[in-house]
Design a protein around this ligand. Sequence first.
Ligand code: HEM
Length: 228
Amino acid sequence: MPARSRSAERPALRIAGVPVRAFKGGLFVLGLVPVARWMVLGLYDRLGANPVEFLIRSAGTWTFVCLLLTLAVTPLRIVTRQHALIHVRRMCGLYTFFYASLHFLMYIWWDQWFDPAAVLDDIVSRPFIFLGFSAWLVLVPLALTSTRGWMRRLGRRWQQLHRLIYLAGVLALGHFWLHRAGKNDFLEVYVFGVVLVSLLLWRVARAARRWWSTPDMPVTMFDRGGHV
Ligand code: HEM
């Protein structure tokens, strides 16, 4: 009888009953829906009176949505016990970087006409642009080190580095808040802010619970001294 391969023996990983590969495929397609929507709206001349503003803002909003989804993967995985969800976190993170870079590129292209001096001047003179740029900068090393190779190379430091996504979230919230402050329209900023803070608090509470439940010095009857 031919030897069966190891992968054939392992049961396929599933998320909510769906094989991980199919789930990831569906998520990949879903992640491109905003781009498809912009194309369709553009084709039918439905991008509004100011298409550039519409597209830059829409890309900014989708960046934030992807960032929050990336942060939500671990809590969702633990609460729903769908541990295979870990396999979609990287894709969510890369979509965050994709939309952030598209948002940045649209701004450099349509707002600043690829003038590096104008971009630099805007970054240093407008706090709202400074915060957005800082958020994007924080995402760069996270995207670059998102591969298995970098995970292996960095070991424990990989996790510490990737906690910077919370910093990107806080900077992005400041960016969004300052952008809306001029218009005195904060509803979406509050919604995104409440989700971000809840996810942050969940992490802090979990870390605190772990810290309390870890004894300083394990004392058992098998210790060297023999004391219980
Ligand atoms: C993680 C990175 C970023 C996130 C999450 C983000 C998010 C957002 C959001 C949510 C908006 C407002 C959308 C609305 O009002 O409906 C916005 C607007 C804007 N962002 Fe960002 N942003 C990021 C990075 C950047 C960067 C790097 C730049 C440029 C240096 C930038 C420039 C702008 C501009 C110019 C607008 C206003 C567009 C307009 O009103 O015409 N953003 N961004």
